[in-house]
Design a protein around this ligand. Structure first.
Ligand SMILES: [Zn+2]
Length: 192
């Protein structure tokens, strides 16, 4: 089984989150010019970290676009009762989303879980994997105009900030995943 298990609520959880990380240099910049979301997350004590799903349905269209793109790639997406907000089964190409979430939160979770499909396999279920997925999700959210979530994203990332440094060599992988998932690059032939 190769499920990527996101932290259980309410302490933590999967998910995407909007905000502006300038992907090209986001992670490499950590020591000097860190983007807003990373800088903010560094200010948040782990004890106050966590993910709170965003209410509302403004991201309905973006959710459908992302959902369609993944389906087109052969990824199955199911909503079902889950303790976690989301799970990505990297081996079977299946994404599970907790049922009953508001559309905006579904978009956030889907973006984050979709990003896990692009993580280097060696990351498995680690904080580095969560940071990788979140940095991708943040860019996807930004692409679709899902702005205003810097603080939420920062609170999520604060759970895994100890892993920021270990993601710095994955800058290209983050950018690649963002481009594929937003349709700026063709879908790879290989399905994860
Ligand atoms: Zn995750």
């Amino acid at each position: 089984m190769s499920f990527v298990r996101d932290d259980d609520p309410p302490v933590a959880v999967s998910v995407a989150l909007a905000i502006a990380i300038t992907c090209g240099g986001a992670i490499a910049c950590l020591t000097g010019c860190a983007p807003t979301v990373v800088r903010r997350s560094l200010q948040i004590p782990h004890f106050e970290s966590g993910y709170e799903p965003t209410a509302g349905d403004e991201m309905g269209s973006a959710y459908l676009q992302l959902h369609d793109r993944l389906t087109q790639w052969g990824i199955a997406i199911h909503e079902q009762p889950l303790r976690q907000f989301g799970l990505a089964d990297l081996r079977r190409g299946v994404i599970l989303i907790r049922e009953g979430l508001p559309i905006n939160a579904r978009f956030e979770v889907l973006a984050h879980e979709a990003a896990h499909l692009f993580q280097p396999p060696a990351l498995e279920d680690s904080s580095t994997a969560q940071v990788f997925a979140e940095l991708v999700a943040v860019e996807i959210a930004k692409f679709y105009g899902h702005d205003g979530y810097v603080d939420i994203s920062a609170r999520y990332l604060a759970m895994h900030k100890h892993a920021f440094a270990s993601v710095k060599y994955l800058e290209r992988d983050v950018a690649y995943a963002v481009k594929v998932l937003t349709g700026q690059r063709p879908l790879p032939r290989r399905v994860p």
